[in-house]
Design a protein around this ligand. Sequence first.
Ligand code: ZN
Length: 76
Amino acid sequence: MMLQRCPECRKKVSESATHCPNCGFSFQAEDLERYKAMLEKRRLHNQEVNRKSARLQLIWLLIFALVIGVAAYWVN
Ligand SMILES: [Zn+2]
């Protein structure tokens, strides 16, 4: 009997099983496709969030540098 790993809970499941007995994950082709699409969407979303937060950090750094620069100007 062949075993496959459940992508959701990582438990070993018989290859002939249509559902994971542990978490109920479906191994049917269309459900696997949906699962892959969901993972891809999640990955793209995380990428977008990271990009946004990197930009926000850059903006804060610029504001900080500007404040320091203005403060140095007024002190001198
Ligand atoms: Zn599972």
